[in-house]
Design a protein around this ligand. Sequence first.
Ligand SMILES: [Zn+2]
Length: 599
Amino acid sequence: MSNGLDFGDRTDFDNADRGFVSALTPGVVTASDGRVVWDADSWSFLAADCPDTVNPSLWRQSRLCARQGLYEVAEGIYQVRGLDISNMTIIEGDTGVIVIDPLLSVETAAAAFGLYRAQRGDRPVTAVIYSHSHADHFGGVAGVTDGNVPILAPVGFMEHAVAENVYAGTAMTRRAGFMYGVTLPTGPAGQVGFGLGLASSTGTVSLFPATVHITRTGQEETIDGVRMVFQLTPGTEAPAEMNFLFPDRRALCMAENATHNMHNVLTLRGALVRDARIWSRYLTEAITMFDGRADVLFASHHWPTWGHDNMMRFLSEQRDLYAYLHDQTLRLANQGHTGSEIAEMIQLPPALGAAWHARGYYGSVSHNVKAIYQRYLGWFDGNPASLWQHPPVETAKRYVDCFGGVEAILTKASDYLAAGDPRFAAQLLQHAVFADPRHGDAKELLAQVYERLAYASENGVWRNFYLTGAQELRYGPTITPVDLGAGMAAVLSVEQIFDTLAIRVDAPKAWHDTIVIDWTFTDLGESYRTTLRNGVLLQQQNVPAGQPDLSLFLTKRDLLGVLAGHGLGGIAYDGEIDALRRLLGHLDAPDPSFAIVTP
Ligand SMILES: [Zn+2]
Protein backbone atom coordinates (compact mmCIF):
# COMPACT_ATOMS: atom_id res chain seq x y z
CA MET A 1 0.00 0.00 0.00
CA SER A 2 1.30 3.43 -0.88
CA ASN A 3 0.38 6.78 0.72
CA GLY A 4 3.22 6.34 3.22
CA LEU A 5 0.99 4.14 5.37
CA ASP A 6 2.84 1.87 7.77
CA PHE A 7 0.94 -1.40 7.87
CA GLY A 8 3.65 -2.80 10.13
CA ASP A 9 2.78 -0.38 12.92
CA ARG A 10 0.83 -2.43 15.48
CA THR A 11 0.16 0.36 17.98
CA ASP A 12 -3.56 0.61 17.21
CA PHE A 13 -3.99 -3.15 17.50
CA ASP A 14 -2.14 -3.19 20.84
CA ASN A 15 -4.33 -0.37 22.15
CA ALA A 16 -7.53 -1.95 20.83
CA ASP A 17 -6.66 -5.18 22.69
CA ARG A 18 -5.27 -3.61 25.84
CA GLY A 19 -7.25 -4.31 29.02
CA PHE A 20 -9.44 -6.97 27.42
CA VAL A 21 -11.60 -8.68 30.04
CA SER A 22 -14.26 -10.72 28.28
CA ALA A 23 -16.29 -10.91 25.10
CA LEU A 24 -20.00 -11.43 24.55
CA THR A 25 -20.39 -15.05 23.42
CA PRO A 26 -22.15 -15.67 21.21
CA GLY A 27 -21.88 -12.09 20.01
CA VAL A 28 -25.55 -11.80 19.16
CA VAL A 29 -28.08 -9.43 20.71
CA THR A 30 -31.77 -10.00 20.07
CA ALA A 31 -34.93 -8.02 20.74
CA SER A 32 -37.76 -9.42 22.86
CA ASP A 33 -39.40 -10.75 19.70
CA GLY A 34 -36.26 -12.68 18.80
CA ARG A 35 -35.17 -10.33 16.05
CA VAL A 36 -31.39 -9.96 15.84
CA VAL A 37 -30.43 -6.33 16.46
CA TRP A 38 -26.66 -6.88 16.62
CA ASP A 39 -24.49 -9.73 15.40
CA ALA A 40 -20.82 -9.29 16.21
CA ASP A 41 -20.09 -12.80 14.95
CA SER A 42 -21.18 -11.85 11.43
CA TRP A 43 -17.92 -9.89 11.18
CA SER A 44 -15.68 -12.92 11.66
CA PHE A 45 -14.82 -12.77 7.95
CA LEU A 46 -12.60 -9.80 8.82
CA ALA A 47 -10.10 -12.21 10.37
CA ALA A 48 -8.99 -13.21 6.84
CA ASP A 49 -6.46 -11.34 4.72
CA CYS A 50 -7.79 -8.36 2.81
CA PRO A 51 -9.65 -9.51 -0.33
CA ASP A 52 -9.38 -7.58 -3.57
CA THR A 53 -12.93 -6.30 -3.06
CA VAL A 54 -11.90 -4.05 -0.14
CA ASN A 55 -9.41 -1.22 0.19
CA PRO A 56 -6.61 -2.54 2.46
CA SER A 57 -6.62 0.55 4.66
CA LEU A 58 -10.37 0.26 5.27
CA TRP A 59 -9.97 -3.46 5.93
CA ARG A 60 -7.39 -2.69 8.59
CA GLN A 61 -9.72 -0.18 10.24
CA SER A 62 -12.61 -2.65 10.20
CA ARG A 63 -10.48 -5.32 11.85
CA LEU A 64 -9.77 -2.87 14.66
CA CYS A 65 -13.46 -2.00 14.99
CA ALA A 66 -14.43 -5.68 15.01
CA ARG A 67 -12.90 -6.34 18.43
CA GLN A 68 -15.75 -6.69 20.89
CA GLY A 69 -16.17 -7.04 24.59
CA LEU A 70 -15.45 -5.51 27.96
CA TYR A 71 -12.14 -3.67 28.38
CA GLU A 72 -10.48 -2.11 31.38
CA VAL A 73 -9.31 1.38 30.40
CA ALA A 74 -7.90 2.34 33.81
CA GLU A 75 -8.59 1.31 37.38
CA GLY A 76 -12.35 1.62 37.84
CA ILE A 77 -12.96 2.66 34.23
CA TYR A 78 -14.32 0.17 31.73
CA GLN A 79 -15.54 0.29 28.15
CA VAL A 80 -17.75 -2.06 26.21
CA ARG A 81 -16.71 -1.81 22.59
CA GLY A 82 -17.87 -3.54 19.44
CA LEU A 83 -21.44 -4.24 20.59
CA ASP A 84 -22.89 -1.31 18.68
CA ILE A 85 -21.55 1.49 16.51
CA SER A 86 -20.46 3.40 19.63
CA ASN A 87 -18.78 2.65 22.97
CA MET A 88 -20.35 2.47 26.40
CA THR A 89 -18.00 3.71 29.12
CA ILE A 90 -18.54 2.78 32.76
CA ILE A 91 -16.98 4.73 35.64
CA GLU A 92 -17.06 3.01 39.02
CA GLY A 93 -18.04 5.32 41.89
CA ASP A 94 -18.44 4.92 45.63
CA THR A 95 -21.75 3.08 45.51
CA GLY A 96 -22.45 2.33 41.85
CA VAL A 97 -21.43 3.29 38.33
CA ILE A 98 -21.75 6.26 36.00
CA VAL A 99 -22.60 5.21 32.45
CA ILE A 100 -21.30 7.39 29.63
CA ASP A 101 -23.10 7.10 26.29
CA PRO A 102 -25.38 4.05 26.56
CA LEU A 103 -25.19 3.04 22.88
CA LEU A 104 -27.93 3.33 20.24
CA SER A 105 -30.39 0.58 21.21
CA VAL A 106 -31.93 -0.51 24.48
CA GLU A 107 -31.09 -4.13 23.67
CA THR A 108 -27.38 -3.63 22.92
CA ALA A 109 -27.04 -1.34 25.94
CA ALA A 110 -28.57 -3.97 28.21
CA ALA A 111 -26.28 -6.64 26.77
CA ALA A 112 -23.22 -4.42 27.13
CA PHE A 113 -24.06 -3.51 30.70
CA GLY A 114 -24.78 -7.16 31.47
CA LEU A 115 -21.33 -8.06 30.19
CA TYR A 116 -19.86 -5.51 32.60
CA ARG A 117 -21.93 -6.69 35.56
CA ALA A 118 -21.05 -10.32 34.95
CA GLN A 119 -17.46 -9.39 35.71
CA ARG A 120 -17.83 -6.54 38.20
CA GLY A 121 -21.01 -7.31 40.07
CA ASP A 122 -24.53 -5.87 40.12
CA ARG A 123 -23.53 -2.31 40.78
CA PRO A 124 -26.42 0.16 40.42
CA VAL A 125 -26.32 2.99 37.89
CA THR A 126 -25.94 6.23 39.84
CA ALA A 127 -25.81 8.62 36.87
CA VAL A 128 -25.76 8.74 33.08
CA ILE A 129 -23.78 11.14 30.91
CA TYR A 130 -24.75 11.92 27.33
CA SER A 131 -21.58 13.29 25.74
CA HIS A 132 -23.51 14.73 22.80
CA SER A 133 -26.81 14.88 20.98
CA HIS A 134 -26.45 11.98 18.51
CA ALA A 135 -28.68 8.95 19.01
CA ASP A 136 -25.82 6.43 19.19
CA HIS A 137 -24.88 8.11 22.47
CA PHE A 138 -28.25 8.05 24.21
CA GLY A 139 -30.68 5.70 22.44
CA GLY A 140 -29.94 2.71 24.66
CA VAL A 141 -30.41 4.56 27.95
CA ALA A 142 -33.51 2.59 28.93
CA GLY A 143 -31.36 -0.54 28.76
CA VAL A 144 -29.24 0.58 31.73
CA THR A 145 -31.58 2.64 33.93
CA ASP A 146 -35.24 3.47 34.49
CA GLY A 147 -34.33 7.14 34.32
CA ASN A 148 -34.52 7.94 38.02
CA VAL A 149 -30.88 9.01 38.26
CA PRO A 150 -29.13 12.26 37.40
CA ILE A 151 -28.63 12.50 33.64
CA LEU A 152 -25.89 14.91 32.62
CA ALA A 153 -25.72 16.48 29.18
CA PRO A 154 -24.37 19.57 27.46
CA VAL A 155 -26.68 22.57 27.36
CA GLY A 156 -29.00 22.42 24.35
CA PHE A 157 -28.88 18.63 24.32
CA MET A 158 -32.61 17.96 24.23
CA GLU A 159 -33.42 20.44 21.46
CA HIS A 160 -30.65 19.11 19.27
CA ALA A 161 -31.18 15.43 20.08
CA VAL A 162 -34.67 15.74 18.75
CA ALA A 163 -34.37 18.47 16.17
CA GLU A 164 -31.61 17.10 13.97
CA ASN A 165 -33.70 14.17 12.81
CA VAL A 166 -37.17 15.65 12.81
CA TYR A 167 -37.78 18.09 9.98
CA ALA A 168 -35.85 16.34 7.22
CA GLY A 169 -36.11 13.00 8.99
CA THR A 170 -37.45 10.86 6.19
CA ALA A 171 -34.94 12.16 3.65
CA MET A 172 -32.08 11.73 6.11
CA THR A 173 -33.19 8.25 7.03
CA ARG A 174 -33.39 7.21 3.41
CA ARG A 175 -29.92 8.60 2.74
CA ALA A 176 -28.64 7.05 5.97
CA GLY A 177 -29.69 3.71 4.53
CA PHE A 178 -27.14 4.28 1.76
CA MET A 179 -24.53 5.75 4.09
CA TYR A 180 -24.56 2.90 6.58
CA GLY A 181 -25.24 0.20 4.00
CA VAL A 182 -28.09 -1.14 6.11
CA THR A 183 -29.60 -3.22 3.32
CA LEU A 184 -26.25 -4.61 2.16
CA PRO A 185 -25.15 -8.09 3.07
CA THR A 186 -22.24 -8.17 5.50
CA GLY A 187 -19.16 -9.60 3.84
CA PRO A 188 -16.10 -8.98 1.69
CA ALA A 189 -18.21 -7.87 -1.29
CA GLY A 190 -20.73 -6.00 0.84
CA GLN A 191 -20.78 -3.99 4.04
CA VAL A 192 -17.41 -4.15 5.81
CA GLY A 193 -17.84 -1.24 8.23
CA PHE A 194 -17.56 2.48 7.73
CA GLY A 195 -14.61 3.55 9.80
CA LEU A 196 -16.40 4.93 12.83
CA GLY A 197 -17.67 1.45 13.60
CA LEU A 198 -18.98 -1.62 11.84
CA ALA A 199 -22.73 -0.99 11.80
CA SER A 200 -25.57 0.57 13.72
CA SER A 201 -27.68 -1.71 15.88
CA THR A 202 -31.33 -1.99 14.87
CA GLY A 203 -33.07 -2.20 18.24
CA THR A 204 -35.27 0.12 20.26
CA VAL A 205 -34.23 3.76 20.61
CA SER A 206 -35.08 5.44 23.92
CA LEU A 207 -34.46 8.83 25.45
CA PHE A 208 -34.76 10.08 29.02
CA PRO A 209 -34.46 13.84 29.33
CA ALA A 210 -31.24 15.28 30.68
CA THR A 211 -31.63 16.59 34.23
CA VAL A 212 -28.22 18.15 34.90
CA HIS A 213 -27.13 20.60 32.24
CA ILE A 214 -23.51 21.44 31.70
CA THR A 215 -23.61 25.11 30.79
CA ARG A 216 -20.01 26.31 30.94
CA THR A 217 -16.45 25.16 30.45
CA GLY A 218 -14.75 24.52 33.75
CA GLN A 219 -17.98 23.44 35.43
CA GLU A 220 -17.34 20.72 37.99
CA GLU A 221 -19.73 18.06 39.19
CA THR A 222 -19.21 15.27 41.70
CA ILE A 223 -21.54 12.30 41.54
CA ASP A 224 -21.17 9.08 43.49
CA GLY A 225 -17.80 10.36 44.67
CA VAL A 226 -16.57 10.82 41.09
CA ARG A 227 -15.27 14.29 40.29
CA MET A 228 -15.68 15.60 36.74
CA VAL A 229 -14.53 18.76 34.95
CA PHE A 230 -16.34 19.69 31.76
CA GLN A 231 -15.40 21.47 28.54
CA LEU A 232 -18.35 22.53 26.40
CA THR A 233 -17.73 22.17 22.67
CA PRO A 234 -20.90 23.31 20.90
CA GLY A 235 -20.81 23.28 17.12
CA THR A 236 -18.06 20.69 16.77
CA GLU A 237 -19.01 17.15 15.84
CA ALA A 238 -22.49 17.81 17.22
CA PRO A 239 -24.36 21.04 18.01
CA ALA A 240 -24.39 20.08 21.72
CA GLU A 241 -21.26 18.22 22.80
CA MET A 242 -18.73 18.22 25.65
CA ASN A 243 -15.40 16.74 26.65
CA PHE A 244 -14.73 15.93 30.28
CA LEU A 245 -11.92 15.01 32.63
CA PHE A 246 -11.96 12.72 35.64
CA PRO A 247 -9.15 14.51 37.48
CA ASP A 248 -8.83 12.03 40.33
CA ARG A 249 -8.71 9.13 37.86
CA ARG A 250 -6.43 10.98 35.44
CA ALA A 251 -8.70 10.02 32.53
CA LEU A 252 -10.06 12.22 29.75
CA CYS A 253 -13.21 11.59 27.68
CA MET A 254 -13.09 13.29 24.26
CA ALA A 255 -16.71 12.44 23.35
CA GLU A 256 -16.65 12.21 19.53
CA ASN A 257 -14.39 15.21 19.00
CA ALA A 258 -11.20 13.19 18.52
CA THR A 259 -11.55 9.66 17.19
CA HIS A 260 -9.45 7.28 15.12
CA ASN A 261 -10.59 8.56 11.75
CA MET A 262 -11.14 11.83 9.96
CA HIS A 263 -14.66 12.72 10.97
CA ASN A 264 -17.36 14.39 8.92
CA VAL A 265 -17.63 18.12 8.51
CA LEU A 266 -20.84 17.22 6.69
CA THR A 267 -22.29 13.77 7.11
CA LEU A 268 -23.37 12.34 3.76
CA ARG A 269 -26.81 11.31 5.04
CA GLY A 270 -27.38 15.06 5.23
CA ALA A 271 -27.36 17.46 8.18
CA LEU A 272 -26.44 21.03 8.89
CA VAL A 273 -22.80 21.53 7.97
CA ARG A 274 -20.40 21.57 10.93
CA ASP A 275 -17.73 24.15 11.70
CA ALA A 276 -14.21 22.82 11.19
CA ARG A 277 -12.73 26.08 12.52
CA ILE A 278 -14.56 25.87 15.85
CA TRP A 279 -13.82 22.16 16.02
CA SER A 280 -10.07 22.76 15.79
CA ARG A 281 -10.33 25.67 18.21
CA TYR A 282 -11.98 23.51 20.88
CA LEU A 283 -9.33 20.83 20.40
CA THR A 284 -6.68 23.45 21.12
CA GLU A 285 -8.62 24.43 24.23
CA ALA A 286 -8.79 20.77 25.29
CA ILE A 287 -5.04 20.41 24.87
CA THR A 288 -4.43 23.49 27.00
CA MET A 289 -7.03 22.61 29.61
CA PHE A 290 -6.21 18.95 30.09
CA ASP A 291 -2.46 18.70 29.35
CA GLY A 292 -0.72 16.89 32.18
CA ARG A 293 -3.96 16.01 33.95
CA ALA A 294 -4.63 12.59 32.40
CA ASP A 295 -2.80 9.36 31.66
CA VAL A 296 -5.41 7.97 29.30
CA LEU A 297 -7.76 9.45 26.71
CA PHE A 298 -10.85 7.63 25.56
CA ALA A 299 -13.76 8.51 23.31
CA SER A 300 -17.18 7.17 22.48
CA HIS A 301 -15.89 5.41 19.38
CA HIS A 302 -12.70 3.41 18.85
CA TRP A 303 -9.97 2.49 21.31
CA PRO A 304 -8.21 4.62 23.95
CA THR A 305 -4.80 6.28 23.79
CA TRP A 306 -2.46 5.88 26.75
CA GLY A 307 0.48 8.02 27.78
CA HIS A 308 0.97 11.78 27.83
CA ASP A 309 2.99 12.17 24.66
CA ASN A 310 0.78 9.81 22.66
CA MET A 311 -2.35 11.62 23.80
CA MET A 312 -0.95 15.04 23.01
CA ARG A 313 0.26 13.96 19.59
CA PHE A 314 -3.13 12.41 18.85
CA LEU A 315 -5.08 15.49 19.94
CA SER A 316 -2.71 17.86 18.19
CA GLU A 317 -2.85 15.96 14.91
CA GLN A 318 -6.65 15.73 15.07
CA ARG A 319 -6.72 19.48 15.69
CA ASP A 320 -4.31 20.18 12.85
CA LEU A 321 -6.41 18.04 10.54
CA TYR A 322 -9.63 20.04 10.89
CA ALA A 323 -7.79 23.36 10.95
CA TYR A 324 -5.86 22.42 7.81
CA LEU A 325 -8.99 21.43 5.89
CA HIS A 326 -10.72 24.64 6.92
CA ASP A 327 -7.91 27.08 6.22
CA GLN A 328 -6.67 25.55 2.99
CA THR A 329 -10.18 25.28 1.56
CA LEU A 330 -10.74 28.98 2.15
CA ARG A 331 -7.25 29.94 0.94
CA LEU A 332 -8.02 28.23 -2.35
CA ALA A 333 -11.59 29.55 -2.46
CA ASN A 334 -10.19 33.03 -2.13
CA GLN A 335 -8.00 32.31 -5.14
CA GLY A 336 -11.12 31.53 -7.11
CA HIS A 337 -11.31 27.76 -6.92
CA THR A 338 -14.66 26.07 -6.34
CA GLY A 339 -15.47 23.28 -3.94
CA SER A 340 -15.17 20.44 -6.40
CA GLU A 341 -11.85 21.84 -7.63
CA ILE A 342 -10.41 22.33 -4.16
CA ALA A 343 -11.45 18.80 -3.24
CA GLU A 344 -8.99 17.55 -5.89
CA MET A 345 -6.25 20.07 -5.08
CA ILE A 346 -5.84 19.66 -1.35
CA GLN A 347 -3.16 17.32 -0.13
CA LEU A 348 -2.61 16.64 3.53
CA PRO A 349 0.87 17.29 4.89
CA PRO A 350 2.88 14.03 5.08
CA ALA A 351 2.62 13.70 8.87
CA LEU A 352 -1.17 13.92 8.80
CA GLY A 353 -1.51 11.85 5.66
CA ALA A 354 0.39 9.00 7.30
CA ALA A 355 -1.41 9.18 10.66
CA TRP A 356 -3.86 6.29 10.81
CA HIS A 357 -6.28 8.25 13.00
CA ALA A 358 -6.50 11.00 10.37
CA ARG A 359 -7.45 8.71 7.48
CA GLY A 360 -10.73 9.38 5.71
CA TYR A 361 -12.71 6.28 6.62
CA TYR A 362 -15.81 8.20 7.68
CA GLY A 363 -15.23 11.77 6.61
CA SER A 364 -12.98 12.35 3.60
CA VAL A 365 -10.82 15.18 2.36
CA SER A 366 -13.03 15.30 -0.72
CA HIS A 367 -16.43 15.72 0.88
CA ASN A 368 -15.18 17.69 3.88
CA VAL A 369 -13.62 20.30 1.59
CA LYS A 370 -16.91 20.63 -0.29
CA ALA A 371 -18.68 20.95 3.06
CA ILE A 372 -16.42 23.80 4.15
CA TYR A 373 -16.99 25.54 0.82
CA GLN A 374 -20.74 25.00 1.35
CA ARG A 375 -20.63 26.46 4.85
CA TYR A 376 -19.12 29.71 3.64
CA LEU A 377 -20.29 30.01 0.04
CA GLY A 378 -23.18 27.63 -0.52
CA TRP A 379 -24.20 25.36 -3.38
CA PHE A 380 -23.57 27.95 -6.10
CA ASP A 381 -20.05 28.13 -7.50
CA GLY A 382 -20.58 31.65 -8.86
CA ASN A 383 -20.53 30.54 -12.48
CA PRO A 384 -23.75 31.62 -14.25
CA ALA A 385 -23.67 28.36 -16.21
CA SER A 386 -24.36 26.61 -12.91
CA LEU A 387 -27.12 28.96 -11.89
CA TRP A 388 -30.07 27.56 -13.76
CA GLN A 389 -29.16 24.09 -14.95
CA HIS A 390 -31.81 21.61 -15.97
CA PRO A 391 -32.66 19.05 -13.28
CA PRO A 392 -31.22 15.52 -13.66
CA VAL A 393 -33.80 13.89 -15.94
CA GLU A 394 -33.99 16.85 -18.33
CA THR A 395 -30.20 17.08 -18.38
CA ALA A 396 -29.95 13.35 -19.02
CA LYS A 397 -32.33 13.45 -21.98
CA ARG A 398 -30.28 16.20 -23.58
CA TYR A 399 -26.98 14.35 -23.06
CA VAL A 400 -28.46 11.24 -24.64
CA ASP A 401 -29.65 13.38 -27.53
CA CYS A 402 -26.17 14.89 -27.96
CA PHE A 403 -24.46 11.49 -27.86
CA GLY A 404 -26.95 10.00 -30.31
CA GLY A 405 -28.71 7.58 -27.98
CA VAL A 406 -28.19 5.51 -24.87
CA GLU A 407 -26.16 2.84 -26.70
CA ALA A 408 -23.61 5.44 -27.74
CA ILE A 409 -23.28 6.57 -24.13
CA LEU A 410 -22.76 2.99 -23.01
CA THR A 411 -19.97 2.55 -25.54
CA LYS A 412 -18.26 5.72 -24.42
CA ALA A 413 -18.69 4.83 -20.76
CA SER A 414 -17.10 1.44 -21.37
CA ASP A 415 -14.15 3.16 -23.04
CA TYR A 416 -13.61 5.45 -20.06
CA LEU A 417 -13.94 2.53 -17.69
CA ALA A 418 -11.38 0.54 -19.65
CA ALA A 419 -9.09 3.55 -19.60
CA GLY A 420 -9.25 3.59 -15.80
CA ASP A 421 -11.72 6.42 -15.30
CA PRO A 422 -14.73 4.90 -13.52
CA ARG A 423 -15.61 8.32 -12.13
CA PHE A 424 -16.44 9.71 -15.56
CA ALA A 425 -18.00 6.43 -16.64
CA ALA A 426 -20.40 6.82 -13.72
CA GLN A 427 -21.22 10.40 -14.72
CA LEU A 428 -22.03 9.32 -18.27
CA LEU A 429 -24.04 6.28 -17.25
CA GLN A 430 -26.04 8.30 -14.75
CA HIS A 431 -27.33 10.29 -17.74
CA ALA A 432 -28.19 7.08 -19.59
CA VAL A 433 -30.13 5.69 -16.61
CA PHE A 434 -31.98 8.92 -15.90
CA ALA A 435 -32.94 9.31 -19.55
CA ASP A 436 -34.06 5.70 -19.87
CA PRO A 437 -34.56 4.07 -16.44
CA ARG A 438 -35.85 0.87 -18.05
CA HIS A 439 -32.62 0.29 -19.96
CA GLY A 440 -31.31 -2.84 -18.23
CA ASP A 441 -27.84 -2.76 -19.78
CA ALA A 442 -27.30 0.84 -18.73
CA LYS A 443 -28.31 0.08 -15.16
CA GLU A 444 -26.17 -3.05 -15.00
CA LEU A 445 -23.09 -1.30 -16.38
CA LEU A 446 -23.55 1.56 -13.92
CA ALA A 447 -23.94 -0.98 -11.10
CA GLN A 448 -20.63 -2.56 -12.11
CA VAL A 449 -18.95 0.84 -12.20
CA TYR A 450 -20.27 1.59 -8.70
CA GLU A 451 -18.90 -1.73 -7.47
CA ARG A 452 -15.49 -0.94 -8.89
CA LEU A 453 -15.51 2.44 -7.17
CA ALA A 454 -16.67 0.81 -3.93
CA TYR A 455 -13.99 -1.86 -3.86
CA ALA A 456 -11.24 0.75 -4.25
CA SER A 457 -12.63 3.21 -1.75
CA GLU A 458 -10.79 3.78 1.51
CA ASN A 459 -13.87 5.58 2.80
CA GLY A 460 -16.40 3.15 4.25
CA VAL A 461 -19.31 5.51 3.73
CA TRP A 462 -18.48 6.04 0.07
CA ARG A 463 -18.21 2.27 -0.30
CA ASN A 464 -21.69 1.85 1.17
CA PHE A 465 -23.17 4.54 -1.08
CA TYR A 466 -21.68 2.89 -4.17
CA LEU A 467 -22.70 -0.65 -3.19
CA THR A 468 -26.21 0.36 -2.16
CA GLY A 469 -26.50 2.26 -5.43
CA ALA A 470 -25.47 -0.86 -7.34
CA GLN A 471 -27.96 -2.96 -5.38
CA GLU A 472 -30.84 -0.57 -6.05
CA LEU A 473 -30.00 -0.30 -9.74
CA ARG A 474 -30.42 -4.07 -9.91
CA TYR A 475 -33.31 -4.64 -7.50
CA GLY A 476 -35.01 -1.28 -7.04
CA PRO A 477 -35.38 1.01 -4.02
CA THR A 478 -35.83 -0.45 -0.58
CA ILE A 479 -37.22 0.94 2.64
CA THR A 480 -34.50 1.67 5.14
CA PRO A 481 -35.26 -0.54 8.14
CA VAL A 482 -33.91 2.09 10.51
CA ASP A 483 -35.88 5.12 11.57
CA LEU A 484 -33.69 7.95 12.82
CA GLY A 485 -36.75 9.51 14.43
CA ALA A 486 -38.01 6.30 16.07
CA GLY A 487 -38.88 6.73 19.72
CA MET A 488 -38.66 10.49 19.35
CA ALA A 489 -42.32 11.43 18.87
CA ALA A 490 -43.09 11.47 22.58
CA VAL A 491 -40.27 13.88 23.35
CA LEU A 492 -41.14 16.38 20.61
CA SER A 493 -42.35 19.73 21.85
CA VAL A 494 -45.77 20.93 20.68
CA GLU A 495 -43.97 23.53 18.58
CA GLN A 496 -41.96 20.78 16.89
CA ILE A 497 -45.06 18.66 16.33
CA PHE A 498 -46.81 21.57 14.59
CA ASP A 499 -43.62 22.20 12.62
CA THR A 500 -43.67 18.62 11.37
CA LEU A 501 -47.32 19.07 10.36
CA ALA A 502 -46.52 22.29 8.51
CA ILE A 503 -43.83 20.43 6.55
CA ARG A 504 -46.45 17.90 5.43
CA VAL A 505 -49.02 20.37 4.06
CA ASP A 506 -49.62 19.69 0.37
CA ALA A 507 -49.73 23.39 -0.41
CA PRO A 508 -51.31 23.44 -3.88
CA LYS A 509 -54.18 21.31 -2.54
CA ALA A 510 -54.63 23.57 0.47
CA TRP A 511 -53.92 27.09 -0.70
CA HIS A 512 -57.58 28.06 -1.17
CA ASP A 513 -58.53 26.84 2.30
CA THR A 514 -58.31 28.80 5.54
CA ILE A 515 -58.57 26.88 8.83
CA VAL A 516 -58.10 28.35 12.30
CA ILE A 517 -57.83 25.94 15.24
CA ASP A 518 -57.09 26.67 18.89
CA TRP A 519 -55.40 23.87 20.79
CA THR A 520 -55.44 23.86 24.58
CA PHE A 521 -53.09 21.29 26.05
CA THR A 522 -54.59 20.42 29.39
CA ASP A 523 -51.49 18.47 30.49
CA LEU A 524 -49.01 21.22 29.65
CA GLY A 525 -51.06 24.29 30.48
CA GLU A 526 -50.16 25.63 27.03
CA SER A 527 -52.40 26.88 24.26
CA TYR A 528 -51.63 27.37 20.58
CA ARG A 529 -53.42 28.69 17.54
CA THR A 530 -52.70 27.14 14.17
CA THR A 531 -53.79 28.94 11.04
CA LEU A 532 -53.73 27.35 7.62
CA ARG A 533 -53.66 29.99 4.88
CA ASN A 534 -51.95 30.29 1.52
CA GLY A 535 -50.82 26.68 1.89
CA VAL A 536 -48.80 27.33 5.04
CA LEU A 537 -49.64 26.13 8.51
CA LEU A 538 -48.70 28.89 10.93
CA GLN A 539 -48.51 28.45 14.67
CA GLN A 540 -48.40 30.81 17.58
CA GLN A 541 -48.33 30.09 21.26
CA ASN A 542 -50.90 31.88 23.43
CA VAL A 543 -54.12 32.20 21.52
CA PRO A 544 -54.75 35.70 20.14
CA ALA A 545 -58.12 37.41 19.89
CA GLY A 546 -60.58 36.31 17.23
CA GLN A 547 -62.89 33.34 16.82
CA PRO A 548 -61.35 30.03 15.62
CA ASP A 549 -63.21 27.49 13.52
CA LEU A 550 -62.55 24.91 16.21
CA SER A 551 -61.22 24.78 19.77
CA LEU A 552 -59.69 21.52 20.98
CA PHE A 553 -58.94 20.56 24.58
CA LEU A 554 -56.49 17.70 24.67
CA THR A 555 -53.14 16.34 25.84
CA LYS A 556 -49.95 16.10 23.81
CA ARG A 557 -50.46 12.35 23.81
CA ASP A 558 -53.95 12.86 22.31
CA LEU A 559 -52.41 14.99 19.57
CA LEU A 560 -49.88 12.31 18.72
CA GLY A 561 -52.73 9.80 18.69
CA VAL A 562 -54.76 11.89 16.25
CA LEU A 563 -51.74 12.24 13.97
CA ALA A 564 -51.13 8.51 14.13
CA GLY A 565 -54.70 8.00 12.88
CA HIS A 566 -56.16 6.83 16.20
CA GLY A 567 -59.20 9.11 15.90
CA LEU A 568 -60.65 11.76 18.18
CA GLY A 569 -62.00 9.51 20.93
CA GLY A 570 -62.43 11.43 24.17
CA ILE A 571 -61.06 14.76 22.95
CA ALA A 572 -63.25 17.69 24.01
CA TYR A 573 -63.95 20.37 21.41
CA ASP A 574 -65.99 23.41 20.69
CA GLY A 575 -66.91 24.50 17.17
CA GLU A 576 -66.69 22.82 13.78
CA ILE A 577 -64.88 19.45 14.15
CA ASP A 578 -64.79 19.15 10.38
CA ALA A 579 -62.08 21.82 10.44
CA LEU A 580 -59.66 19.27 11.92
CA ARG A 581 -60.60 16.66 9.33
CA ARG A 582 -60.01 19.20 6.56
CA LEU A 583 -56.61 20.08 7.99
CA LEU A 584 -55.56 16.43 8.25
CA GLY A 585 -56.83 15.90 4.71
CA HIS A 586 -54.35 18.45 3.42
CA LEU A 587 -51.37 16.54 4.82
CA ASP A 588 -49.06 14.58 2.57
CA ALA A 589 -47.11 11.50 3.63
CA PRO A 590 -43.34 11.39 3.24
CA ASP A 591 -41.92 8.61 1.04
CA PRO A 592 -39.50 6.38 2.97
CA SER A 593 -38.30 4.54 -0.14
CA PHE A 594 -37.88 7.30 -2.70
CA ALA A 595 -35.65 6.55 -5.66
CA ILE A 596 -32.10 7.88 -5.60
CA VAL A 597 -30.09 6.09 -8.29
CA THR A 598 -33.01 6.12 -10.73
CA PRO A 599 -35.35 9.01 -11.49
ZN1 LIG B 1 -21.32 8.61 17.56
